[in-house]
Design a protein around this ligand. Structure first.
Ligand code: AHR
Length: 353
């Protein structure tokens, strides 16, 4: 009996030793590298990502991971929040506890960050906000932000639509448009919806419905089905990202509708945002998506250059907007003029795929 107990204890001790040697001591999920995060000269960056809801998001995660590599002098702690703000708050608290050098946050929604960002400030850890914005009472709670002007993106797409309708002599009262919105409360949704609302009102379009699509293909499909059930006169669908657009096209085609520019002959015009999804670009080349407002996901190098500035003791600009254009299936409209600036329209053809 005694020798059996001794054997069991020896086995347990050997397993513990092996675990320690293999570096599988208690380490939080997403932690890259082994042992103490400060065991070398690497700059430690804790990144709380929204999730993996869209193709855009995956490209964005890759952009961050490829820049914040060991070879470039960084240790990246990457946490996927699965579209939940509570997961992001937990991740930020764990970054603070682990005393990372920088916190990078891509916030799922704008509000609700004051407390946790105050904790980061108290711990003296610079916070860089990327992609969407945070709405906080005290702007000193974050060091700076880099991302897109979502309202401007929305206005650019609407301006393209208006130019197109004018060119074809289609009067505004003939436009019956539905908006499939992104995750409610996110900057990308708030900005694109606001841009759309203002322009639709100004041009006099008939807005038939707003449905939430959460920036995913599956929810985009659900939203399109709901819209079609009560508004079969819809002839333009303003999708707040490409994933939703691809879902909407599937539903429209399954119901016997054709997606394209020729709305006077029964086609449904699809417009969208992002432009980095191969499937969506192919849909533009095929004439199924008429226009995409660019949303550039390559933020890794931008955030890295901010960190380099901070390391050098310099102060980065507080708000850094990325300049973006438009993708379309037609060369009939070459530019749109927005906020006094001309934005180029890039035509996507089969050759570009
Ligand atoms: O915040 C950027 C938006 O979020 C992109 O348009 C969308 O595809 C992503 O999920």
């Amino acid at each position: 009996m005694k020798s059996r107990l001794a054997n069991a204890i020896s086995i347990i001790l050997i397993i513990c030793l092996l675990c320690l040697l293999a570096g599988c001591s208690a380490r939080p999920e997403g932690m890259e590298g082994s042992g103490d995060i400060k065991d070398d000269d690497l700059i430690v960056v804790g990144f709380s990502q929204v999730g993996s809801e869209s193709y855009w998001r995956n490209v964005n995660s890759e952009s961050m991971k490829s820049v914040f590599s060991k070879d470039n002098g960084y240790r990246l702690i990457f946490e996927d929040a699965q579209q939940k703000q509570t997961n992001q708050i937990t991740a930020i608290r764990s970054f603070i506890q682990r005393e990372v050098d920088y916190i990078v946050l891509a916030p799922v929604v704008e509000t609700g960050w004051d407390t946790v960002l105050s904790e980061a400030k108290e711990a003296n850890i610079p916070v860089i906000i990327v992609d969407r914005r945070v709405d906080v009472d005290d702007e000193s709670l974050f060091t700076c932000w880099v991302g897109s002007d979502f309202e401007l993106e929305g206005k650019m797409v609407c301006m393209w639509m208006s130019k197109f309708f004018n060119l074809k002599g289609i009067s505004p009262d003939k436009i019956h448009v539905a908006d499939i919105q992104g995750t409610l409360g996110s900057s990308a949704q708030l900005g694109r919806t606001k841009g759309f609302q203002e322009m639709a009102k100004m041009y006099g379009w008939d807005v038939v419905a707003y449905e939430e699509g959460e920036f995913t293909k599956s929810k985009g499909k659900e939203a399109m089905s709901v819209i079609l059930r009560s508004h079969d006169d819809v002839n333009v669908v303003y999708c707040e990202n490409d994933s939703e657009a691809l879902g909407a096209i599937e539903v429209l085609e399954a119901s016997g509708r054709k997606c394209g520019n020729d709305i006077e002959n029964g086609e449904v015009m699809i417009v969208s945002f992002d432009g980095f999804n191969e499937e969506a670009r192919a849909a533009v080349a095929a004439g199924k998506i008429s226009c995409i407002g660019e949303c550039n996901p390559m933020h890794g190098p931008r955030v890295e250059s901010i960190i380099r500035k901070l390391e050098a003791g310099e102060q980065p600009e507080k708000l850094q907007y990325v300049l973006e254009g438009i993708f379309s299936d037609t060369s009939e409209i070459e530019t749109v003029m927005i906020s006094g600036q001309e934005r180029a329209v890039t035509v996507i053809t089969d050759k570009d795929l």
